[in-house]
Structures are given as C-alpha cells and as structure tokens.
Design a protein around this ligand. Structure first.
Ligand SMILES: [Zn+2]
Length: 426
C-alpha cells in the first residue's frame, strides 16, 4: 500500500471513530471510561477522540461528576445539541415550509409561507426559498456563539436528481431541468456551502424513521405523499433506496386501472390519477364548492371534508371509499415488492386516515399474500405538512454525524463547513 493510501485509510478510520463516539453520546451522555467500555476501545483512544470533538465544540465535559459516586467523580461527556443545526425546506403546491433540527434530532423551529408555487417563475420560486432560508437563519439560536448552520437541504416533488441537485421534471411545482442546488449555492453563499436538493418523499421517509415520526427506528418503510401527485420514499435496511439514477419511488405512475382517468403524464389510469388529491376533490365535490376553492388553505378545506364525512355525507363517503380502494390497490403492489415493516401515509391520506383505512385494509388483505403482509402496519404521518422539511434537516444532521470533521474547530464561520460526500449520508 502506498503512503498516501495508508494515510487516507487512517483518516477514514479516524473519521469513522469520531462518528461512532458522537453517535454513542447522542444516545446517552456518559464518562469517557464508560464509553471506552461500551465501544470496546482503550481509554486513551476514547480520550483523544473526545478531545477532538470537544475542540470542534461538538461535545462538552460536565464540570461536576455524577453525584453520589465515591472517590473522584467521573465527568460526563455530552453532545452540544445546538452546535450544528440542519435547515430543511420543502416546496409543495401551496406552501414553502422550513424546519430546523439539532444534533439530538429534535425539531427546534418550524416556519411556513403560504405560496402557490406553480404560479411562480423559477426565479421567483428560488427567491422565495432564499428569503425563507435567510429569515430562519436570522432567528435564534442562529447567531449565538458556537452555533453553526450545518447546511440547507431542499425537498422538491417529482423527478429530482439528488446528485446534481437538479429538479429534472416537476409538473407539481412547474420546474423542468432547473439546477436548483447550483442556483442556491450562489444565492446562499454567505450562509452555507452545503446545499442539497432531493425528492420530497425521500426526505419525508427519512423524517418518519429518524425519530419524531410515526415510524421511529423502523428499518424498512415506505412513505407516501398524498398530494396532487403520489410520491414514494423507500427506506430499505435503514437507508434510502434511490435506484440506479436516483429516481426510485415514483410510484404515482403505476397503472392501476387501464380504463381509468387520464394522468398528467399522458398515460391512463395511473395511481395518482385515480386517488391523488385532485382526483379525490373532484370526486368529493362539484366545482364552485368550498373544498375545491384553491384560494382557501388546504388544511381548512380538509377540515370541511372531515366534518362532512363525520356527518355521513354520501358524496364525501363515496369519494373516500373510491380513494381508499385505489390506494389499497397500489399499496398491495408496494407491499408485495418491498415487504415493508411500515407504510406511512402523508398528505391528504393522513388527514382522512380514520375514514380511508377501512377500504385500504380490505383491498390490501384481498391482494397480498399473508406472508408478505404479516406485521406490515399502515400508519398515518404525524408530521403533516412538515414531513419533508424535517427530513431534509435530518439529512444535513446525518451528514454531520457521519463526518464530524466537517465541523470546524472553535468558532470559525459556518460558511467554512465542507460539503460532505452525498454518498456517505443516509
Ligand atoms: Zn401518470
């Protein structure tokens, strides 16, 4: 092995050990001696790793030891949760939302801007994202000494090339071949040089299993956005399943009824043409009805739908049955293909979950072999509108946990955070 290769090996080993120490201490603060025992390293090795992470301000050593212990108390080492914060932003039809997640994986801030994105030019949409990022980054705890913005990740619907950060084709927000990451790198360079762009369903899936979501700790999961389109985010063995070119999870265009409705993609009977948001609203109410008024926030329109369903309104209940059956048909295929532990329903599916779940379960039970279905739970997303933004922020935090050396020593500016390798995260 060449000297250079050996040095690289050593560097990688050091980085992965720093990551291990950070991950362990995230679970629970403890003394260096205890940590050495827990991760099977020498006390000297652990002390050196802890010292480096402390110099990067990622760890703090408590001034007092554990009370009640005899002799010289061992001082606990804990993670400084606010040292690196991830900012996630998601773009959807009616909203831009932002979430900030700390190193403990806690969502510490949420922001929401109602905006009808398909009506905006690419430039105006970018400006809205930049404005939102800057607004969030001006609020505490940003600006406090030692608090870094570790990066910004943006979730966009439909076909997104995460490697280059290009929105390839998004009918939902009206972008085609738009290099969103490159544009944001220019616009936000004073804030951060770590910018990622990914598919919104992928990021939402990450949010659901990284904690805070319905499926905390689950390793095999399918998340479905229930919006104008139906996007899928697939977590397999704890990692995002991206496919060859990164477009895996575009489940909305599975054909489930060859004699069905015309889809925006030009095909007939796609899943989202049968039970996407628009299809549901058209089935639930005539044009001119309050629930189809795009000027009213979607949440409020669905409050009306839910109240109608509760009162037994026949038109609403028929629309729910139709959507639930179509949803169940598509889910059957996903369950047969991926054998997930959990399916999480987002968007309007989450809003109508108590009404949809019966036709969904019935259809799934008819179509999936018992062995594949065993233990698969269908849950509603508890993160609502914020799922993708929270997942995006988690994505940034994952990058830091995987590579703590991205965080500079002392109180250097966050604009100096190195862009970690996308392949290494999540
Ligand atoms: Zn289609």
């Amino acid at each position: 092995m060449s000297d250079r290769a050996a040095a690289m090996d050593q560097l990688n080993m050091r980085r992965s050990n720093l990551s291990l120490v950070l991950r362990e201490l995230r679970k629970q603060p403890r003394s260096r001696a205890q940590l050495a025992l827990d991760i099977n390293m020498t006390k000297g090795a652990v002390s050196s790793l802890v010292a480096e992470l402390e110099d990067r301000l990622l760890l703090r050593i408590s001034s007092a030891g554990t009370p009640g212990t005899v002799g010289r108390p061992a001082r606990d080492v804990s993670v400084v949760n606010s040292r690196a914060l991830g900012l996630g932003i998601s773009l959807s039809v009616d909203y831009l939302v932002a979430a900030v997640v700390n190193l403990a994986g806690e969502t510490i801030a949420r922001h929401e801007v109602p905006v009808h994105t398909p009506g905006l030019s690419a430039q105006d949409l970018t400006s809205a994202v930049v404005e939102l990022a800057q607004k969030v980054a001006r609020k505490p705890p940003f600006g406090d000494p030692g608090v870094l913005l570790a990066g910004v990740a943006v979730g966009a619907p439909d076909l997104v090339d995460a490697r280059s950060g290009t929105v390839r084709r998004s009918p939902t927000i009206g972008l085609t071949d738009f290099p969103l990451r490159r544009v944001l790198l220019g616009e936000l360079q004073g804030l951060t040089r770590n910018i990622q762009v990914d598919n919104d369903a992928n990021l939402a899936a990450l949010a659901e299993c990284r904690g805070g979501g319905s499926a905390a700790g689950v390793s095999n999961l399918v998340y479905l956005t229930g919006s104008t389109g139906i996007g899928g985010g697939i977590i397999s063995e704890g990692r995002l399943f991206r496919g060859a070119a990164g477009y895996a999870g575009e489940v909305g265009h599975m054909v489930i009824d060859p004699r069905g409705s015309l889809c925006t993609c030009g095909s007939i009977g796609c899943w989202e043409a049968e039970c996407g948001l628009e299809a549901f609203l058209v089935a639930a109410a005539d044009e001119g009805d309050a629930v189809r008024d795009v000027r009213t926030p979607l949440d409020e329109r669905f409050d009306v739908v839910v109240s109608r369903a509760q009162q037994g309104d026949l038109r609403t209940l028929a629309a729910v049955q139709k959507a639930g059956t179509s949803l169940g048909l598509g889910l059957s295929t996903l369950i047969n293909v991926f054998n997930p532990d959990v399916i999480v329903l987002g968007g309007y599916f989450a809003k109508l979950f108590p009404f949809l779940i019966e036709p969904v379960r019935r259809t799934v039970h008819q179509r999936v072999m018992a062995e594949s279905l065993a233990g698969c739970r269908v849950l509603r997303s508890e993160l609502g509108l914020y799922a993708s933004a929270i997942g995006a922020a988690h994505f940034v935090i994952d990058q830091i946990i995987t590579n703590p050396t991205a965080v500079p020593f002392g109180e250097e500016s966050s604009a100096r955070i190195k862009v970690p390798d996308l392949e290494n995260a999540s």
